[in-house]
Design a protein. Sequence first.
Length: 166
Amino acid sequence: MDGITMIETRRSIRRYVKKQIPDEIVKKIINCARLAPTANNLQPWLFVVIKDTKLKQQISDIADHGKFIKDADCCIAVFCEDTKYYLEDGSAATQNILLAAWYFGIGSCWVAGDKKPYAEKVREVLGVKDKYKLVSLISLGYPDEEELKKIQNIKKKSVEEVLIIK
């Protein structure tokens, strides 16, 4: 899949089939995340891949809009050191994860982390040092066919609706 098609067709997926994502692909996805742009090249991130069923359930129970995380093959928690631009850096890495996953045919959904009441609890559950802030949780899994059909009908605003050229 070329890059433009990847961007044009990626959508949030919240229903997955029971199929394991090979570790090699997960590593490639994380590699793409670490290559994201970062202010002053600080690279403040830490990526925690959660595959353990009990941990995924805990995260699902904690994250108010991430109840489907328990059904994903894995979840990636994106943390960044508390630097001036941690949120921008972590968001860029998150977007790279979403796109890299879709390149491999893996569905994903970005669940908010930063400034959420559960952010500290997630950090503690995962045993991450307190110098890091949770930026996002990302569920990953091979998409359910019905979910794919449903999201194909989701309309996005046209370029004319969002573009001003001066």
